[in-house]
Write a protein that binds this ligand. Structure first.
Ligand code: SF4
Length: 567
């Protein structure tokens, strides 16, 4: 029987994430297409990180008949664990398995491999026998039907419509059980539709989404059934992230207007249905939102935001593509919203979503994505963007995330012709701007969102860096938590915030047993420093408050310390 390996080199697109802990729809749909053709075909799913960490997996890969590589980063991201495969890396890996058929699919097949912001993408052609620029699952189904003859398939073929992937999505859901993060730390990225309504006016200059045409909505039932199948396969974390704007799902009049009227009833049905089939889910988050839509239809969007808050889990972010607040850049690049519209969308989301949820995070806050290196950008652009953000801070509005990135000129977009000319010209301005935003906006914003002493529930420990452990809650764009001390990895713990970085926080385990805590952790308790920590370590164990008080040089600080510890 045929043996196929799915090598997940990870995808990161404007409307889809597949870098761990996320698994994108790509491998799931492809597995579903293969098993729809023949359920006995043996599929091995392996991530690029598993290959990086275990050479023996290359020997297993060599025993496959076919390897299908899924890869492509078309927006630059920051990753904690898991990094998308590079063109050089995939070439070296595949050269070591010469005798199997090699297929490439995903954004890298369509647009080339993105390396980082401000750089053009790179195509890798020589190592692959078949490069699928169309839809992987559709082309691969044809390929299997045609007795695996690569000359008999059209690699550019795309799905007829969203309904045709229903069975693939359901049948392929079992592949998640092979993901190394399964089941506890795995988020399934869910597609609700693809294509952008703004494609009728050409779309934003840098974005590849308009090339997918007008929105093709997946039926509500199909999405719910897919989530049910994933849930039955152990997935407990979901993000409705694979669409340009969740508020525009099933919007009416797409094709007639670039901002179709949102459909609150459809969103209510969708979210309610998800909760019915996945009653014990632990995460239900969203991703992209178009501020132009929210500003134009405040009544409908308020209803939708309320629905989201009603059914989702807290810590959610509506990531809005702002790109720039400079009117010249907005015009030159056909961007979706003016500054006053962006502001009204921010206000609406704050009104509905800023309440704190039971995991310690506010329910639903806006995130803003900025893109630099666009046509028309000047020094004034940086100034205007700064003033816009400062205004948000001064008005006491909350932003959960500010994402500053440089454009990747993608073939087929208007920005491709422009290349990296403006990015290169404004390189040092961009660096200065980033620093300024970190110091003057992001840090104070974090302090507002998560006041000192806030308890964050269920942070998952992922990585050590010297005597520091990094953890994150599961969810959309999770906040990085640095925990002083070396803690067991791959475990959940509640933590209490004690300090702030620019885009991260420092926290200590909560509750913290002072008699067992590590030196670095005790030192991080507000009010204690090196010297007091040494006194505490020298006088442990303590049975009660009085014993601890007598070990301190200043007994007055005892109550502050007691807020963080137990005996
Ligand atoms: S609104 Fe602009 S950035 Fe968003 S999907 Fe459409 S073209 Fe892309």
């Amino acid at each position: 029987m045929l043996k196929i390996t799915l090598l997940d080199g990870y995808v990161d697109e404007p409307t889809c994430l597949g870098v761990p802990p996320y698994i994108s729809p790509y491998p799931r749909y492809i597995a579903g297409a293969i098993w729809s053709f023949n359920k006995n075909i043996q599929i091995t799913y392996v991530t690029i990180d598993q290959i990086r960490n275990n050479n023996k997996l290359l020997e297993d890969l060599a025993k496959s008949d076919i390897v299908i590589v899924i890869a492509g980063m078309s927006v630059p991201g920051r990753y904690l664990s898991g990094y998308p495969v590079s063109p050089n890396e995939i070439t070296i890996i595949l050269e070591r398995v010469p005798n199997i058929l090699k297929i490439l699919t995903g954004p890298s097949a369509r647009h080339g491999f993105g390396m980082s912001g401000g750089k053009k993408t790179r195509f890798v052609e020589n190592v692959f026998d078949l490069i699928i620029k169309g839809d992987g699952e559709t082309v691969l189904f044809d390929f299997l039907k045609n007795k695996q003859d690569i000359n008999e398939v059209n690699p550019d073929k795309t799905r007829e419509n969203a309904e045709t992937i229903r069975d693939f999505a359901i049948k392929g859901s079992n592949i998640v059980t092979q993901h190394p993060n399964h089941p506890n730390y795995l988020i399934a990225e869910i597609e609700t539709y693809r294509g952008c309504p703004r494609s009728i006016v050409g779309g934003c200059s840098f974005c590849s989404e308009p090339s997918k045409g007008l929105p093709d909505y997946r039926p509500i039932r199909d999405i719910i059934d897919e989530i049910q199948a994933l849930y039955q396969n152990g997935v407990r974390h979901f993000r409705l992230g694979n669409q340009p704007c969740i508020f525009s799902y099933m919007a009416k009049d797409a094709g007639k207007t670039e901002f179709p009227r949102p459909n609150p009833e459809a969103l209510e049905k969708l979210f309610k249905g998800i909760r019915t089939v996945a009653p014990e889910l632990k995460t239900l988050h969203i991703d992209n939102a178009n501020p132009g839509t929210i500003a134009r239809y405040p009544t409908e969007c308020k209803k939708i935001a309320k629905t989201i808050v009603n059914y989702h889990t807290p810590g959610d972010i509506a990531a809005m593509g702002v790109e720039s607040t400079d009117p010249v850049v907005i015009k030159e690049n056909n961007l979706k919203a003016q500054p006053d519209e962006i502001m009204s969308a921010i206000k609406l989301l704050n009104q509905v979503g800023s309440r704190r949820g039971d995991n310690g995070m506010p329910h639903l806050l806006p995130g803003l994505n900025f893109v630099f290196g666009l046509k028309g950008e000047t020094k004034d652009t940086f100034k205007l963007n700064y003033e816009f953000l400062k205004n948000i801070l001064d008005e006491n509005l909350l932003l959960r995330r500010i994402n500053l990135r440089q454009v990747i000129p993608i073939p087929g977009t208007k920005m491709y012709e422009m290349g990296t000319k403006i990015t290169n010209k404004n390189k040092s301005e961009f660096k200065r701007f980033k620093r300024k935003i970190r110091e003057e906006i992001q840090r104070p914003m974090l302090q507002k969102i998560l006041p000192m002493g806030t308890i964050l529930k269920q942070a998952y420990t992922e990585k050590h860096d010297g005597k520091l452990t990094f953890a994150r809650q599961i969810g959309t764009y999770p906040l990085l938590v640095g925990i002083p001390g070396v803690f067991e990895l791959e475990e959940f713990m509640d933590v209490k915030i004690v300090d702030y970085g620019y885009r991260s926080i420092t926290a200590i385990p909560f509750p913290l047993d002072i008699n067992k805590a590590q030196r670095e952790t005790i030192e991080a308790i507000p009010g204690l420093g090196k010297k007091r920590t040494i006194r505490i370590l020298a006088n442990r164990p303590f049975r009660n408050k009085n014993q601890l008080r007598s070990a301190l040089d200043d007994p007055e600080i005892i109550d502050d310390i007691l807020e963080h510890i137990t005996f």
